[in-house]
Write a protein that binds this ligand. Structure first.
Ligand code: FES
Length: 154
């Protein structure tokens, strides 16, 4: 087992912040044009030292193990960040301690990044979707309510 796979396994042993957040301030959903998987992220903001920061983040995914592991780590990393700080994080940043995402798994991290960006800038969803090529999935995603985690092999 590679070091990356080992870390994925550790992250999946106790995934954090899964599930819908009923009192969220914003939500973002995205679908991957590469694999058809989907990710939804909720954000709750609070005021700290005069700044609006992310107090909590949660996610639901129809996705692979890497996407779920990155989302679990990302929702922990986001705590305390301003929207501007969160917006500057790349898929690789959001993977945190998982280390460098293998080329085949970069789009899994980008699924998390996309859901985050759409939660931060909900008015930009349509534009973002069209840019990412995932526009055809948007209607389907918005009409679905992910309620379970589907884990597929790495
Ligand atoms: Fe689809 Fe990882 S998000 S294969």
């Amino acid at each position: 087992m590679s070091n990356f796979e080992q870390k994925i396994e550790e992250a999946l042993a106790a995934p954090q912040n899964q599930g819908e957040m009923p009192d969220a301030d914003s939500v973002g959903t995205v679908g991957s044009p590469d694999c058809g998987d989907m990710m939804r992220m909720w954000l709750k903001f609070s005021e700290k030292d005069g700044k609006k920061v992310i107090d909590r983040a949660s996610f639901q995914a129809f996705g692979c193990q890497t996407a779920i592991a990155v989302a679990s780590i990302a929702t922990q990393l986001l705590k305390g960040k301003t929207a501007e700080e969160a917006r500057s994080l790349s898929a690789q940043d959001l993977a945190g301690d998982l280390g460098t995402l293998p080329p085949m798994k970069i789009h899994c991290g980008q699924l998390v990044e996309g859901a985050l960006r759409n939660a931060l800038d909900p008015e930009g969803i349509e534009e973002n979707q069209n840019k990412s090529g995932a526009g055809t999935l948007l209607g389907e995603i918005n009409n679905s309510k992910p309620s379970a985690i589907r884990i597929v092999p790495l």
